[in-house]
Write a protein that binds this ligand. Structure first.
Ligand code: ZN
Length: 316
């Protein structure tokens, strides 16, 4: 048996040789892999270099870079351009009128769980050449910021007044373009169109394509009347387009019938009542001299009752 085993087993020298051969083979394969990797890296660098060398003109935004610039400069400019593109994307994101949270904030504006009494003074149908500047002077004097629901047609007429409203910290919201019910309330799309048209006027007046007012006020209010159903559908369409809307819960009736100094203050007291949060409807169109004249008393009314003046900036 012992002799048989000795015959079948490879000789010790042969085994040693086999082992050395295996080790050598492994080392060889290892070096081959290293060489291959280095080759691939060199090839990749070569391709990139060729690509850069082949650049004649690099278009970066509106600028054209000539290839005499160093490659480093090219890459720097491309990087800068990338940052600009990134900033533009952020700006575009900002242009989406309202987020879901902001939409809900507007829709739940009257849900005030704090002890604080809040009033939002709002002026519709402006700007006008004669009344709006007077109101702005008074608000400046009283140090109060308000919300203007602008009419697109008037915004086009008096862009400088809109710019003043904006620069003095008032909120610019959207009251549509024409204020003509028969045009606006044909169908939900004409309501959205009314918003968009006014929006374009505001952007143009402010010379700011990124401005978005976020909030629409339905001419005549968002409910009731013969257009009630169309308005309800319009609300849905506005929501789909991330646009909020806001009515009011108090008014001076300064645009109804023939208001007097007394009727304005009476309506104010009657409609404000004990409300914790008030959105007061007033108007700054050209015939509303009485609105301007009674404004100091309206302001005093809220101050005496401990209200804080807010704008829609505080809700969004
Ligand atoms: Zn109106």
């Amino acid at each position: 048996m012992e002799s048989l085993i000795a015959i079948d087993s490879p000789k010790p020298e042969k085994r040693k040789l086999k082992k050395r051969f295996k080790v050598l083979l492994c080392v060889l394969i290892f070096f081959l892999i290293i060489l291959m990797i280095r080759g691939l890296v060199k090839f990749y660098n070569y391709v990139v270099e060729e690509e850069l060398a082949s650049i004649k003109d690099v278009q970066v935004g509106n600028q054209t870079l000539i290839n005499e610039n160093t490659k480093l400069d090219c890459m720097k400019k491309i990087k800068e351009n990338y940052s600009v593109q990134k900033a533009n994307i952020i700006q575009l994101k900002k242009q989406i009128p309202v987020s879901e949270k902001q939409y809900n904030n507007i829709m739940n504006i009257y849900e005030n769980s704090s002890d604080k009494k809040i009033v939002y003074l709002t002026f519709d149908d402006g700007p006008s050449e004669n009344i709006t500047p007077l109101i702005l002077d008074l608000l400046k004097q009283e140090n109060i910021k308000v919300t203007f629901f602008l009419l697109g047609s008037n915004t086009e007429l008096y862009p400088q007044i809109v710019q003043r409203e904006y620069s003095e910290g008032h909120f610019l919201a959207n009251h549509g373009y024409s204020h003509k019910y028969s045009q606006i309330y044909q169908n939900p799309e004409t309501i959205l169109n009314d918003f968009q048209q006014c929006e374009q006027s505001i952007k143009k007046a402010l010379n700011n394509e990124n401005y978005t007012s976020k909030i629409y006020r339905f001419p005549g209010g968002s409910t009731g009347g013969r257009f009630h159903d169309i308005k309800a559908q319009g609300k849905e369409l506005l929501k789909e387009n991330h646009i909020a809307y806001l009515d009011w819960n108090a008014l001076t009736c300064d645009a109804e019938g023939t208001p007097t100094h007394e009727s304005i203050l009476e309506n104010l007291e009657k409609t404000v009542g004990n409300k914790q949060t008030v959105v007061l409807l007033m108007h700054d169109s050209s015939s509303k001299i009485l609105t301007y004249e009674t404004l100091p008393e309206v302001i005093a009314f809220f101050r005496e009752r401990g209200y804080t003046f807010r704008t829609l900036y505080d809700v969004l």
